[in-house]
Design a protein. Structure first.
Length: 593
């Protein structure tokens, strides 16, 4: 559809069951499925301003101001802010704007809790086609989680989580008091929110959307705490089962609602999807694309389209292998460590994108995966070519989706001291070994961050990163650079929930010894063949295969390891380099021939 089909926001007033006037705003595609966006405290419908543009060409979007906020009326009685009244408001809105239709809902904070309240009503199944919730649990389910846990001190972990939840909710008890809390909100809310959103959650100012009347709205609607807090602790339904498809966006850094609160929702909701994202309370600001994509993927699936990989992975209770519904990209997958890593991920259920400069080798890897019942896509790629890697990443993400795991493995060997290594050879080693890792991270990591669902990057370095040898100057330098680059990038990606592991293999029996270029002193050039054969014999006798590195890579992704040496000598030299670095410097004097 074109922009001309999208209508600008229009406003109308709907009267709720108790006579409260509710301001309703409509925009988007008039012929699209109806999507109702419901906000919480201390926000108004404006909280969705960053999300609406991402949905407007697909949905007929309905927003409204909760009672006490924005263009809606402000009831005087505290009882008028009970969750049942919020459910009445939602019912009045959908009856007015979409009579007889089933609507989709995206709700946040108290708005989400109000929708859970509506879902307890028998007519909910006929009126709601799907519900996507973020930072707003059902008060019934929350009560059961807390009270059941506190009643089982003999289960210390469960008890501790319930107690921690009570601690997080203590602020609600304060907000439920009269007089002083509204005054504090009026004096401190703007400054406190700014500190939380911009500093703690690192949300750019231009992505934070508040009504100009936010302080007044917040004070007027604080009665929601007095009307609901005590009741939610003292009473709850024990039969609040929900037949509507529900999708939870769980903000793992939410300071108000701990993510463990949602662990038992599966007992109440048989059709449930859950996506954990590294976000604070206000995911409509920090992750608008995640919310928009989540809603769109669920609605598309419910309307008959095949479920996306991310939706399949989010489905609670769906049987899957360790890496089922996961996309993994592996470079240098035509042989050795890359090949074995791709094969292992595929055996564990992943769909694999394999690439290598060796077309025959990478096609064989893909064919072997397919022969064993897996799914693989093979591509020829020169990782040292930044533009080619960027085009590759764009194509992969367009045709297969953003990878969940990226393994930057491609590399080449080189032997020779600095003074004996030609400049072009030095540059070639760094272009492939370091440049290939940097190019892969630059092209994929940004897309993983933008997707907002976390993931993992694996950069294959070597024990040579911390084991200096004059006989392998360019190679050691390139791997040491990968090691430090990865350490820096790990810290950067952590904020997005993306892990990064640096793999440091030791002496691994691969074909790298046969493809390594040697640059000996000119007067010893004739001894290269004999020395190469001697080293190859040692590698073969070592009999430590690339499949063991592949296993270490998979384990590191699962456990989110930062540094992972592989093989006993890699661990030994890793420890020695830190405890007695002079030993490593002395050993570096060893010559090539």
């Amino acid at each position: 559809m074109t922009e001309a089909h999208i209508v600008e926001s229009s406003r109308r007033t709907v009267v709720s069951a108790d006579g409260t006037r509710i301001a309703v705003y409509e925009e988007g595609d008039p012929s699209g499925p109806v999507l109702v966006l419901v906000h919480g405290w201390p926000d108004s419908h404006v909280v969705w301003d960053g999300v609406v543009p991402l949905l407007a060409d697909r949905f007929r979007i309905i927003r409204y101001d909760n009672r006490g906020v924005g263009g809606s009326a402000v009831p005087k009685d505290v009882s008028a802010f009970a969750m049942a009244r919020f459910a009445d408001d939602f019912a009045a809105v959908i009856d007015a704007v979409a009579p007889g239709e089933r609507v989709h809902v995206l709700a946040h904070d108290w708005g989400s809790t109000g929708i859970w309240e509506y879902l307890a009503r028998p007519e909910a199944t006929d009126r709601i086609a799907s519900f996507t919730s973020t930072s707003g649990p059902s008060s019934d389910h929350l009560n059961r989680f807390v009270m059941t846990g506190l009643a089982t001190p003999y289960r210390p972990v469960r008890f501790a989580r319930s107690a921690a939840t009570m601690g997080r909710l203590a602020y609600m008890g304060v907000f439920a008091l009269p007089v002083l809390p509204p005054l504090l909100v009026r004096l401190t809310l703007r400054r406190t929110l700014t500190r939380m959103l911009e500093r703690r959650d690192d949300i750019p100012a231009d992505r934070i959307h508040h009504s100009p009347d936010q302080i007044t709205d917040a004070v007027n609607s604080m009665k929601v705490y007095r009307a609901n807090f005590a009741k939610s602790l003292t009473s709850a339904r024990t039969d609040h089962h929900v037949d509507v498809p529900v999708q939870m966006i769980v903000n793992t850094r939410d300071p108000f609602v701990g993510h463990h609160v949602y662990d038992e929702v599966r007992n109440w909701v048989p059709r449930l999807w859950r996506r954990d994202i590294r976000a604070g309370h206000w995911s409509p600001f920090s992750h608008p694309r995640v919310l928009a994509d989540a809603v769109t993927e669920l609605v598309d699936h419910l309307e008959g389209k095949p479920a996306s990989r991310t939706l399949l992975r989010a489905q609670v209770g769906r049987p899957r292998e360790r890496f089922g519904d996961t996309l993994v990209s592996v470079t240098g997958a035509g042989s050795g460590i890359g090949r074995e890593t791709a094969l292992l991920f595929a055996r564990l259920g992943a769909e694999v994108v394999v690439s290598d400069l060796d077309e025959a080798g990478v096609e064989k890897t893909a064919a072997d995966i397919a022969e064993r019942g897996g799914t693989a896509h093979s591509y020829v790629l020169d990782v040292s070519d930044a533009q080619a890697v960027e085009e590759f990443a764009e194509m992969v993400c367009r045709e297969h989706g953003v990878p969940d795991v990226v393994v930057n493995n491609a590399g080449i060997g080189q032997a020779g001291s600095f003074l004996d290594t030609p400049a072009e050879e030095w540059d070639r080693v760094l272009d492939v070994n370091l440049g290939g890792v940097v190019n892969g991270c630059r092209s994929f990591a940004g897309r993983m961050v933008d997707r907002g669902l976390g993931g993992h990057v694996v950069n294959v370095s070597s024990m040579a990163a911390y084991s200096p040898l004059q006989a392998m100057n360019a190679y050691c330098t390139s791997k040491a650079a990968v090691y430090m680059f990865s350490d820096c990038l790990r810290a950067e990606l952590d904020a997005a929930g993306i892990g990064l592991t640096t793999i440091c293999p030791g002496v691994i029996n691969t074909n790298i010894i046969h493809t390594t270029r040697w640059n000996p002193p000119e007067h010893k050039a004739g001894a290269v063949a004999a020395r190469r054969k001697q080293v190859a014999t040692g590698f073969n006798a070592r009999s430590y295969g690339p499949e063991r590195v592949a296993k270490a890579i998979v384990e590191s992704v699962v456990k989110n390891k930062a540094i992972r040496p592989v093989a006993p000598e890699a661990y030994l030299l890793y420890g020695t380099s830190r405890v007695a670095p002079q030993i490593m410097r002395s050993a570096a004097r060893q010559k090539l021939i």
